[in-house]
Design a protein. Structure first.
Lengths: 663, 281, 464
């Protein structure tokens, strides 16, 4: 990433008076301060990806521990409570700290490039989202301090990733485990909503000339839908978590049966968020696949409008099917039937996508490279996951499958075979663009096959386990129920999967430092990001491109003269308007997020029964609030200031003093 | 937002694809999200209204619709003032904009004052607390969340008011502004405290004379502090210091804030209907 | 061996073709992959041959199978599942075949081929797309109709059988089930003798639900702590027990049998070991059982017993590994017979020991939580033990009910069920330990000597 910065070529022509003391603009582009103050969407995307991969490995390690416990019946590898903690943290980590931020990494890095923008609409808000995500991740994992250092009565969250009330109440979870979970998710929610607002504005408002909505790359479309889903669904879990927090700390009765509360309400509020969340995890993956398949088939996406509209209808219907997670809660016949039919309806747009992907392959020229292997693996695995999903929509059959290992198999096929495969494909696909290096084909494919085989050996037997009556979230099982063999195979498979992931990431780390350097547009891409040098410069586009076709870069490659003429004109026009506007870096988003972290720590420990009382914690929360306020205040004082870069005659970005006078 | 020659078209921003300014679009999207926050809270309240626990409190006994109607009206009027502030700044009339902002803040504070009074009244006289009943649980959480929105709005309005005094090229302006913000907060919170003190005195003491006497006795320091803050605001901070850097270009900032304020107002109409009026149908 | 090797070679060839386009980095890749896939297939074959006995998991015929079922509700759910399976399979094969064909047919054969002139840049075909949408909607109709039928058929007892339905109330606790019976008509609460003076109490049992076979059962599901879920896979799908919510489940057993059940909603530390059994009996046997259960707890008179030598198995306390299984293969052979055997008094009862056990039970205040009707124990927060000796399981369906396992349980319940209330107590009531009034932590409340344990085991087993 550091290579993106070429200080020699920058013109620090500030178009604002120098600010004294606190308000001076950070200029560091490298080192710790460079990272903390960056507002560059590519650096922020890189950081999102970096943290997400760390948590992906943590979550994967937790999964291996879970599988080790279940390898043989009546195992005593870990205690019941530790097991319960593991599956809770595995689920929460994978969803909120691995898949979502990894998607966000691509949103940040790729989406502005795809629409021909120089950055997102609100670069500092983007930095704020990143650091708030990190703060949330810290709070969520704070609970590990208890078990790791052997502190009595302190534990990481252990109420399941959907924390069904009243298990999360003070009565049944007296320690702080649930408090970490609540405050961690709250901060992650703030981060996700802030980031999504930014993406929505960026996509709607920052498109290059000619980039009409129906010319947006599909990945960008899916980013838009995902952002809308986040913006509209996260408030429900935020409110639900506020209600649980109030129940735990201030004696309210939202879900307290003794005060007349109804625990079922938690399930509704949670799944009104939780089901759109499922599409928040899978729509970006579908977007990535819709980029990779056309590129490696060397032809446009089949039925682009239908793929886009199916994405929209998935997002829309996603809000109308939440109760299919609750078929066994005794909703009554009519409600059950309605949600069953709505769930079946959502299978149609999903199926349409698969048809269109196959249509894209048809008549193409398939380059069987690593990203393509992962993408094809995605299509196969997602199909299987989709079909077991349809089986769940048949509510009476679901009464047997719900909360059994059949469900575990289903959603791992959708989330690993789906989301993770697509994200791994995306890493390979965009790696040459992001870092200018490429992953070895041999090692890439080897990791694919080991992951593919390991994944199927792990999760396919779970279908049988579920149908044979094994409930999920059980730390032990008896040998007389016929579950031994499938569990043993699944555990062995999980080790193979772990090995595959290890190969994948070791190779990735090696490539990051030592991989073969490649030239621009390595895959013969179709969308605008491939028109950039790799790695892309800080300002992205020397000249904002004009878009003439859906596959904008493909068109440019085949209409070189026309484009060159056009770009020269644009360059001239832009220079006359002051050149390339670059925003200053800023530390204030980081400060605001840091304040939120302090505040969340205070709230987490509000109701500690032991010393000290509520006073110091309240003070801590208030200090955090003040820090956040100060951060946002200074941030707002900075205004939208920045500096300008200019192009010289050879089209190089250089320092050019004569422009300084203009502003 | 570079300064272009001529008048600014406030309905079209040529630098964006759609012509809608980014800040406005951000605010609209945020408000869509905020709708869902209130949606979840209002649904919680209505669900428990349909499934009340045995022996729950009767909202009709607790609510005082007259006071709430009054504060609702005040909040509506504040929206009118907010709209006037936006129009004023779009025309470049900073002075008019400041007065409209101040009136909006004033009305917002009256609303908050009514809510503080109402909460205090419900807790102490009607014996409904956050923890002792499901009605209290949902009522305080919902209206309290709305109150927080109003409070944040008032704070934002105040900051914008102070911002309107920023003098171009003044490097010492930052410290000045901080003091200005603090003084404004003291004036607002002081007024709230003093007014509630007066209301309390009138309710407790038998005669007006005794009430006024007790009021001055109890609240002397607050009254003095508040008056001092108002004096500073009027005669020190509001003094012209040079060419102010606040004009049509900032209309979008005021307009985004206005969107937020109108939204908070509309949400209150919904809450007023769903929580209060529904009980009297 | 001839045939498999042929297949292997064919597979290797396909693998060879699939991955064999030369690439800057991977001239050896196709060979390696082909070799790997051959080895993997050979290994799989070997496993299948040698481990046939073990690799039986696809038969899915365990005690909690949803595929080999014993009741009409489970059968309806199974049939619906099979329909969804077939529809999915047909679509999967069709779509998969096209996908596989497209992948093979249109792949680039070499690196030069990769960089050849791009194919025609077609954007799609609306007729194909709309046709496929219509086809998927049609396929879903095949699933939707039986689904709707199934929802109405399985939600509650069918109209025709409603009058005759037998009603039970099941309540979930952390981590066991309580069953409260209705009377023979199945509507009013069944009453049972409370004491010799003719007092009455509701008929309550725990962890083993006995039902009449061939008769529709409507179970009212309740819970007062957290959410549980009532699941007997062979009889039907699960329905959750949710606080402040009145749910019901409709089940029916075709014929007499012994069924395994388990809590299916995560409910805290010991969720995995919150299990129960359902015993279905024919009409006569069920009536007999109901009569027996309505009696007060059995008292073994000194004269009636013929004390034999002290039971050998009490000589030493076996130590158990954490989570060690509490079941035996012998029991699984004919569980219903094993259940019937438990209904009769054990041979060689020692009246003196049983009497001592009863004293220990009273002295250690077991009766504040447990009830033994007629023995002065009236607790309601723990399983009713009036006829404990007639059950086949203990500790919430986890352990087989015999002397060894019972002693394992009462010796240290925490080692069997993490977090359980017999150890920690419920609310203000202490268990084996009690909350320190000052400071955190617990201190010992009940201490049982080795003799106490032996006596308690004898007493509890005598409660037939």
């Amino acid at each position: 990433m550091d290579a993106t910065v070429k200080p020699a070529h920058l013109t620090h022509e500030e178009h604002a008076p120098a600010q004294p003391g606190l308000l001076s603009h950070p200029t560091a582009k490298t080192g710790l301060m460079g990272w903390l103050t960056t507002v560059d969407h590519k650096k922020i995307g890189f950081l999102y990806g970096f943290f997400a991969l760390i948590f992906f490995l943590v979550g994967g390690f937790e999964a291996l521990l879970i599988r080790t416990q279940l390898m043989v019946p009546n195992n005593d590898f870990m205690t019941a409570q530790m097991y319960n903690t593991m599956f809770t943290m595995h689920g929460t980590t994978m969803i909120f700290l691995a898949v979502m931020p990894l998607s966000a990494a691509f949103f940040n890095f790729i989406m502005p490039l795809q629409i021909g923008a120089r950055d997102v609409a609100f670069p500092r808000l983007n930095a704020f989202s990143l650091w708030t995500f990190v703060a949330g991740a810290i709070i969520l994992n704070l609970g590990w301090v208890g078990p790791i250092f052997g502190i009595e009565g302190q534990n990481a969250p252990d109420a399941g990733w959907y924390g069904y009330s009243p298990l999360t109440s003070k009565t049944f979870s007296p320690g702080h485990s649930v408090d970490y979970w609540i405050m961690g998710l709250q901060l992650l929610g703030v981060a996700s909503i802030a980031a999504s607002l930014n993406f929505i504005v960026t996509i709607i408002n920052m498109r290059a000339p000619g980039m009409t909505m129906m010319r947006l790359p599909v990945f960008t479309w899916m980013t838009l839908f995902t952002a809308f889903l986040i913006v509209l669904s996260f408030p429900f879990i935020t409110i639900a978590l506020v209600e649980v927090m109030m129940d735990r700390n201030f004696g309210t009765s939202f879900f307290e049966v003794s005060g007349g509360g109804m625990p079922i309400l938690w399930q509704h509020l949670f799944w009104v968020f939780g089901h759109p969340e499922v599409y928040i995890l899978i729509l970006p993956a579908m977007g990535i696949i819709s980029e990779i398949l056309p590129t490696f088939s060397r032809k446009p996406l089949f039925g682009y409008p239908i793929v886009v509209f199916s994405g929209a209808s998935i997002g829309f219907l996603g809000f109308a099917v939440w109760s299919h997670h609750m078929f066994t809660t005794g909703m009554g016949t009519v409600a059950t039937a309605a949600f069953a039919l709505a769930t079946m309806a959502i299978a149609v747009p999903t199926g349409v996508k698969i048809f269109n992907w196959i249509g894209t392959l048809w008549g193409g020229h398939l380059m069987m490279r690593t990203p393509m292997m992962f993408a094809l693996g995605f299509v196969w695995m997602f199909m299987i996951g989709g079909f077991s999903g349809i089986m769940h929509s048949a509510a009476p059959a679901d009464a047997q499958q719900n909360d059994s290992y059949f469900v575990i198999a289903h959603f791992h096929y959708v989330l690993i075979g789906g989301s993770i495969f697509a994200l791994l494909a995306g890493i390979h696909y965009w790696f040459p663009l992001m870092f200018g290096r490429k992953v070895s084909e041999f090692w890439g494919k080897l990791s694919f096959w080991v992951i593919f085989i390991g994944f199927n050996v792990t999760f396919f037997p779970m279908h049988f386990l579920g149908l044979n009556g094994m409930p999920r979230r059980t730390f032990t099982y008896d040998p007389n129920l016929g579950w031994d063999t499938a569990n043993f195979i699944a555990t062995m498979g999980s080790y193979v999967l772990g090995l595959g992931m290890t190969i994948y990431f070791v190779v990735l780390a090696y490539t990051f430092y030592k991989g073969e350097k490649v030239k621009k547009d390595y895959w013969d891409g179709r969308t605008l990001e491939w028109s950039l040098d790799n790695p892309p410069p800080e300002y992205n586009f020397k000249v904002i491109p004009t878009v003439h076709d859906r596959d904008a870069w493909w068109y440019e490659k085949h209409h070189k003269e026309e484009i060159a003429k056009e770009q020269a004109e644009h360059a001239k026009a832009e220079d006359e308007h002051g050149g390339i506007h670059m925003p200053f870096g800023s530390i204030w988003p980081f400060v605001a997020s840091f304040g939120l972290l302090i505040m969340a720590v205070g709230v987490t420990f509000f109701a500690a029964k032991t010393t000290p009382g509520i006073g110091p914690k309240l003070a801590l929360s208030l200090i955090g609030g003040v820090v956040t306020f100060v951060g946002i205040y200074f941030w707002s004082l900075e205004g939208n200031e920045g500096y300008h870069l200019h192009l010289d005659k050879d089209g190089k970005v250089i320092e050019d003093d004569q422009h300084k006078a203009k502003h | 937002m570079s300064s272009h020659a001529g008048t600014i078209d406030h309905h079209h921003d040529p630098s964006t694809s759609t012509g809608i300014p980014n800040k406005k679009l951000l605010m609209w999207t945020f408000l869509a999200s905020d709708c869902m926050f209130f949606g979840a809270l209002i649904s919680t309240h209505l669900i428990y209204r349909l499934h009340p626990p045995a022996g729950g409190l009767d909202p009709k006994v607790i609510f005082s619709p007259e006071l709430t109607s009054f504060s609702t009206f005040i909040l509506l009027m504040s929206s009118l003032m907010m709209a006037l502030a936006v129009t004023a700044i779009q025309k470049g009339n900073v002075k008019s904009c400041r007065w409209s902002l101040l009136t909006t803040i004033f009305f917002g504070m009256i609303f908050l004052g009514c809510q503080v009074y109402e909460f205090d009244h419900f807790v102490h006289d009607k014996k409904m607390t956050l923890a002792n009943s499901l009605l209290g649980t949902t009522f305080y959480t919902l209206t309290g969340t709305h109150g927080c929105h109003v409070a944040i709005g008032v704070l934002w309005l105040g900051l914008m008011y102070v911002r309107s005094f920023k003098v171009a090229g003044d490097t010492g302006w930052f410290g000045q502004q901080l003091m200005h913000v603090v003084t404004l907060l003291v004036a607002l919170l002081g007024s709230l405290k003093v007014t509630l003190g007066l209301v309390h005195a009138l309710q407790v003491e038998p005669t007006y004379g005794a009430a006024i006497g007790a009021f001055f006795g109890h609240e002397f320091i607050y009254i003095a502090l508040t008056l001092l803050a108002y004096g500073l605001l009027a005669f020190y901070f509001a003094r012209p210091r040079g060419h102010v850097q606040f004009n049509e270009v900032n209309a979008i900032d005021v307009e985004s804030m206005g969107l937020y304020w109108h939204f908070v107002d509309i949400v209150w109409i919904v809450i007023f209907t769903a929580v209060y009026l529904l009980e009297y149908l | 061996m001839q045939k498999p090797s042929l297949t292997l070679r064919a597979f290797g060839d396909i693998a060879h073709q699939t991955f064999s386009f030369p690439n800057d980095h991977m001239p050896t890749l196709p060979k390696t992959l082909a070799r790997c896939s051959r080895a993997a297939l050979a290994l799989a074959g070997l496993l299948l041959l040698t481990g046939c006995e073990k690799l039986n998991f696809w038969r899915m015929d365990g005690h909690q199978s949803t595929i080999v079922v014993d009741g009409p509700v489970a059968r309806e759910q199974l049939n619906l599942f099979i329909i969804t399976c077939w529809v999915s399979l047909v679509i999967f094969v069709l779509v998969g075949a096209v996908l596989a064909y497209a992948t093979f047919k249109f792949r680039a054969r070499s690196e030069d081929d990769e960089h050849a002139e791009p194919p025609p840049q077609g954007h799609g075909n609306p007729f194909v797309e709309l046709g496929l949408i219509a086809a998927s909607v049609l396929a879903l109709v095949f699933i939707a109709i039986p689904t709707l039928k199934g929802i109405w058929n399985t939600y509650d007892v069918p109209e025709a059988e409603r009058k005759d339905a037998y009603e039970v109330t099941a309540t979930g606790f952390q981590w066991w089930f309580k069953f409260e019976y209705k009377n023979a008509a199945g509507k009013e609460t069944e009453t049972a003798s409370l004491d010799a003076q003719g007092g009455k109490a509701p008929l309550i049992t725990a962890n083993e639900l006995v039902i009449p076979a061939g008769r529709a059962i409507r179970i009212h599901l309740r819970t007062f702590d957290v959410i549980h879920s009532f699941w007997v896979p062979k009889l039907g799908g699960k329905v959750d027990m949710i606080p402040n919510r009145a749910n019901i489940i409709y089940l029916k057993a075709d014929k007499p049998g012994y069924f395994w059940g388990q809590c299916a909603e995560y409910c805290g530390d010991s969720h995995a070991v919150m299990r129960f059994r359902v015993v279905a009996l024919d009409k006569k046997e069920f009536a007999e059982w109901l009569d027996q259960q309505a009696q007060t707890g059995r008292t073994v008179a000194a004269a009636a017993s013929t004390p034999a030598a002290p039971n050998a198995q009490f000589a030493a306390l076996r130590t158990f590994r954490e989570n060690e299984t509490g079941t035996t293969a012998a029991f699984d052979k004919s569980p219903l017979e094993a259940w019937r055997a438990k209904q009769n008094p054990e041979p060689g009862e020692d009246a003196a020991l049983i009497a001592k056990g009863r004293e220990v039970f009273a002295a250690k205040n077991c009766g504040t939580c447990h009830a033994v009707r007629g023995h002065g124990a009236g607790g309601v927060t723990a399983p009713d033990l009036t006829h404990f000796g007639s059950r086949t399981t203990l500790a919430g369906g986890l352990l087989e009910n015999n002397d060894v396992q019972l002693r394992r349980w009462i010796h240290n319940p925490l080692a069997v069920k993490p977090g359980n209330k017999m150890h920690f107590g419920v609310g203000a009531m202490p268990g084996y330990v009690k909350k320190n009034t000052e400071g955190p932590g617990y201190s010992r409340n009940i201490t049982l000597t080795s003799d106490d344990e032996v006596a308690l085991v004898a007493y509890l087993q005598s409660l037939k």
